[in-house]
Design a binder for this molecule. Structure first.
Ligand code: SF4
Ligand code: SF4
Length: 360
């Protein structure tokens, strides 16, 4: 048991300083939670705990990470989610409205958001009740520094907290992931520094503009007593039903139709059935023709770009295309269904579709 470098600036009725991160699988919130957990216990002298909650997919599903710090004289015997965060990290602005990310935020909360918007516009987007709002363009900084969004967010959260020293945070990153990924270390450290330096913040009173949002546990549609037999997800196309826009880390595959030879390598490679092929004609012969991607389902892994044998697919910065291809992309009508109740689809819904398994 050591002596903390700095006393915690604020604690709740149980003696805890509590941090919550709201993210999408793939943006690195889980690793950030582990880093903050280690930072608290091994570097700042607090007692510390951390755990995360996430889905079965590696990318694309909502992720929450929770951290509790307290004085080293106190034990942590609480493992429930952080309902009223002192510090909240929101890794993607598009989470707002889809997931109740602002639950439990009050005047003592500090909310750090990855966005290119200013604080006033962002408050309205988030419908933030009260507290301090901190905006940082983590996506752009991450692209420029060749690092991940989570490093920039950690730097910004350290600054916003008012008591997490940047140098100590950098040391944790050097000690924990510097050995494993030495080539990425300069970019990671630059991301931390720029996240720390490039924030704008504003305190909002409880002015009655937006109501306080109570924290409620997410209710899962399926549990042990009603999940389909064998655990098979019978929804048509599984992840295809999701909007994976928020999963992308600033890059998209850009499709150039005139360079496409309709080889289908992108379709074979893509894990989310993004490419739209229809029967048509290529070089005067009947052929399946690539109409292009449905970005609604694209998580930005860029495997298709690697697989494409021509320059029909290239890597593009998403923000540079927001007013062009992202607005006119091809939606996959076949896979959009209004109602996704598994009773409608039936447990063999996927196999009964035009799946190849039906023809074997
Ligand atoms: S980047 Fe390419 S492979 Fe990855 S999800 Fe998007 S379309 Fe599919
Ligand atoms: S891999 Fe490239 S060339 Fe082949 S169908 Fe896809 S976009 Fe066209």
């Amino acid at each position: 048991m050591g002596t903390p470098q700095t006393a915690l600036p604020i604690t709740n009725q149980y003696g805890f300083y509590e941090i919550r991160m709201e993210s999408i699988g793939g943006l690195g919130a889980n690793l950030s939670g582990k880093i903050l957990g280690e930072l608290g216990a091994l570097y700042l002298g607090y007692n510390s705990s951390n755990f995360a909650s996430y889905g079965s997919e590696k990318k694309g599903t909502p992720v929450k990470s929770f951290i509790r710090w307290c004085d080293p004289t106190q034990e942590i015997r609480m493992n429930s989610p952080v309902e009223k965060p002192h510090l909240l990290g929101l890794f993607h602005e598009r989470l707002a409205g889809k997931v109740p990310v602002m639950a439990g935020v009050d005047k003592d909360s500090i909310v750090v958001v990855n966005t290119e918007l200013g604080v006033d516009e962002m408050r309205d987007r988030l419908k933030m009740h009260a507290g301090t709002l901190v905006c940082v363009d983590a996506l752009n900084i991450a692209i420029e520094a060749k690092t991940r969004i989570n490093m920039v967010m950690l730097g910004a959260m350290a600054k916003a907290s008012g008591f997490i020293p940047l140098e100590t945070l950098k040391q944790v990153v050097i000690d924990t992931i510097g050995d494993r990924y030495p080539k990425a270390l300069p970019g990671n450290l630059e991301g931390l520094e720029r996240g720390y330096a490039e924030t704008q913040s504003k305190f909002f009173e409880d002015d009655g503009k937006y109501p306080y949002q109570e924290y409620t546990e997410v209710k899962r549609e399926w549990g042990y007593d009603n999940a389909p037999i064998g655990g098979v997800n019978p929804h048509f196309g599984s992840m295809i039903s999701n909007d994976l826009t928020a999963t992308r880390e600033g890059f998209i595959p850009v499709f150039k139709k005139e360079a496409c030879i309709n080889c289908g390598m992108c379709d074979t490679t893509c894990p989310d059935m993004v490419y739209q092929f229809v029967m048509g004609e290529y070089k005067g012969k009947p052929s399946m023709v690539n109409l292009g991607p449905d970005y609604h389902h694209c998580k930005g892994c860029l495997r298709c770009v690697e697989a494409c044998p021509t320059d029909a697919l290239t890597v593009g910065i998403e923000r540079e295309h927001e007013d062009t291809i992202l607005k006119v992309h091809v939606r996959n009508k076949d896979l959009i269904v209004d109602k996704m109740d598994f009773e409608d689809a039936g447990v063999s819904g996927w196999v009964d579709s035009e799946s190849i398994y039906n023809k074997i």
